[in-house]
Design a protein around this ligand. Structure first.
Ligand code: SF4
Length: 352
């Protein structure tokens, strides 16, 4: 799919926009001032596929921890700051790679100018993040709670930065409604060529939030809109990254392991739900392998239905098969399927 042109900015060494790979972002939920816990969580998130990490900076203690965090991680660090320009200045001094901050919300022109000057000096981009909670009374009176309101609000912040000659900008206009989000980003992408950070905000719990995020982010990405993504779930941030990976892989925007499995039907004579989960878990170390693995419920239709899979297993009445690209390569008792599949994958694709 063709991606909409956006300018390139750099968050640390990671290029964003301009056709560069779409990055997955997440946010830690540890106390940022607790360096050890925050660094540990960032390492886990990076392992799961997170490209850029954002941390909340609610106070000076958190801001002063950023340098120590930065020195112990290997992905770009973004400081999330609301209202307090001093926190932004400290974050920049501490060496963060990006700021998430709405310039219109940090007070006087002088304060904004100080932050912009410090960001410019360090070549640190700023993400303007507008959502329903950040709309001003004036905007709401003029536009109501509409996509136009989100976009106009974002553009107001953009203009403040542009007037100060600052253009290393990324923008988000997230809503908790899928339709509102999609319409807002469509409108925004017609008006600016800055890279866009997309997502559904406050999407919900793991199940419903994953569905809403997949719909909204998926729809936008299919229209070529979006340079970085975040899945906002009331769940472990690792889940956010896993969902982000699946969205990108599902759209062919990122390579990696894909597991397909049949929905089961009256022909199924195996506990396929359990088996599919076991396969998924066992293949976690193979996430970066560009292969498709199928887990099918019956040997009669399974290999054919999963012809495109590189490897697959199908269960039957106590006996199962292993197949490769639709061709059966071995038959064995069902209980041996999982280990044999892993052996085969490992022998042909050593991880280490
Ligand atoms: Fe049913 Fe077999 Fe198809 Fe699974 S692979 S849905 S068990 S026919």
């Amino acid at each position: 799919m063709e991606r909409k042109y956006t300018q390139t900015i750099h968050v640390g060494t990671t290029p964003i926009g301009g056709g560069h790979p779409i990055s997955i972002q997440s946010m830690t939920n540890t106390d940022t001032a607790n360096v050890r816990a925050t660094v540990a969580q960032i390492h886990l998130l990076q392992k799961a596929g997170c490209d850029i990490i954002r941390v909340a900076v609610p106070d000076q203690n958190a801001a002063e921890a950023l340098g120590k965090i930065r020195s112990q991680i290997h992905i770009p660090l973004i400081a999330d700051i609301h209202f307090d320009h001093q926190l932004a200045l400290t974050a920049l001094e501490q060496g963060v790679d990006g700021l998430r901050l709405n310039p219109g919300n940090i007070g006087s022109k002088d304060k904004i100018r100080a932050v912009v000057a410090a960001a410019k000096e360090r070549m640190v981009p700023i993400r303007i993040g507008v959502n329903s909670g950040s709309l001003s009374k004036e905007i709401l009176t003029q536009y109501g709670y509409t996509p136009e309101a989100l976009v106009e609000s974002a553009l107001e912040h953009v203009m403040i930065l542009e007037k100060m000659g600052y253009e290393a900008i990324k923008i988000s206009v997230k809503a908790s409604s899928v339709l509102m989000t999609v319409k807002s980003y469509r409108l925004l992408s017609q008006k600016v060529s800055y890279p866009l950070h997309i997502g559904i905000t406050e999407a919900g719990t793991e199940f419903s939030g994953t569905i809403k995020s997949s719909m909204g982010i998926g729809a936008l990405l299919m229209e070529g809109i979006g340079d970085t993504i975040r899945i906002s779930l009331t769940a472990d941030p690792i889940t956010e990254v896993n969902v982000g990976m699946e969205i990108l892989k599902g759209l062919g925007l990122r390579k990696g392991l894909q597991i397909i499995s049949c929905p089961t039907c009256g022909r199924t004579r195996i506990d396929l739900i359990h088996l599919a989960k076991q396969v998924e878990k066992a293949l976690v170390p193979y996430q970066k392998l560009n292969i498709t693995v199928a887990v099918m419920g019956c040997a009669v239709n399974g290999p054919g239905e999963a012809r495109e899979a590189d490897y697959g297993i199908a269960g039957g009445n106590g006996e199962g098969i292993i197949f490769r690209k639709g061709e059966i390569v071995a038959k064995m008792p069902e209980t041996e399927l999982l280990l044999s599949l892993l052996d085969l994958i490992q022998s042909e694709n050593p991880v280490h």
